[in-house]
Every structure is written in C-alpha cells, then in structure tokens.
Design a protein around this ligand. Structure first.
Ligand code: SF4
Length: 155
C-alpha cells in the first residue's frame, strides 16, 4: 500500500513539487486513479503550529448553512486510527460525506457537529471568517454565493 502525506488537492502539494501545471494535473489524475483502485491512500498533513479556532458565529449559520462541513479534506493518520471519525471508503482517508454533499457527522437539523469533542484537526483549525470563498464580508454577513455551487442539486 502506497502512502502520500500531502493532500493532492492542496496548494502545498502543488508548491512542494517543482513541475509544470500540466504535469501536476497528470499526477493528481493518476493518484486519484490509484486511490480508486485501492492502491493508494491520502492522509491529512496538519501543521502543528496552526492554532485551533473557536468563535461565535453570531447567528450566521442560517446564512452559511454550515457550508464548511461540505468541504473535502483528508484525515490524519491518528484520526483514522482512533476510528471515531468516518472516512470515505471510496477515497481513503478523506472525510465521509453523504449524498447531499455534507459531512456524515453534521446534524442536518441543528447544523451542529455530532462529534464536536472528537472533530478532525482540519475542522478545529479552519477559520471561515478569513476565507473569501465563503464570506464576501464576515462583519456585514455577506456570503459568497459561489460557495454553494459544488453541492449536488436537490431532487
Ligand atoms: S467533523 Fe464536524 S465540524 Fe468537521 S466537517 Fe464534519 S460536521 Fe463539520
């Protein structure tokens, strides 16, 4: 079984290897093929210096609809080994998603994380307030509508 520490979809992955964009795209495609064939897995590679972020969303969940819980990311080896967080069996070891495009651990009614105490490092460190893909203006509560476009169509 081949292991790769960096998420092939991450910016760091692209920056770490000094090859053309075309070659990078080819490698990503090949890696995704290997994952599909069960010959490779991807673990998340978290930066230990990155701090955990907890903030009051101030009622913004009715606007953002917890869209960050639909993003794709790989779990660390430790998280996989603990066996609490579900991972995608077709794309090991990315977070498990349901047909609606959201994480398997998100409570669809309350939009709260059902494994909050054991949530992944990526969820602990992600700060949507600084992410222009999510908020055009956090203070003014203006969402970037583009952020919902990757969700599967309902119905
Ligand atoms: S583990 Fe919890 S916080 Fe992380 S994406 Fe899933 S529902 Fe959201």
């Amino acid at each position: 079984m081949m292991e790769k520490n960096k998420n092939p979809n991450s910016k760091e992955f692209e920056e770490d290897i000094n090859i053309s964009e075309e070659e990078q795209a080819y490698i990503k495609r090949m890696l995704q093929k290997l994952i599909k064939l069960g010959m490779a897995v991807v673990y998340g590679d978290e930066d230990n210096n990155e701090k955990e972020v907890v903030f009051d969303h101030g009622g913004r969940k009715s606007i953002c609809k917890a869209i960050c819980c639909s993003f794709n990311f790989a779990l660390t080896k430790d998280e996989v080994e603990k066996g609490i967080i579900k991972w995608n069996t077709e794309w090991p070891y990315f977070i498990s998603k349901e047909k609606d495009g959201y994480c398997s651990h998100l409570n669809r009614e309350t939009l709260e994380c059902e494994i909050w105490e054991n949530r992944p490092q990526r969820c602990r460190k992600y700060d949507c307030r600084k992410d222009s893909k999510v908020w055009v203006d956090w203070e003014k509560k203006i969402i970037n509508e583009e952020v919902f476009k990757h969700l599967p169509k309902k119905g």
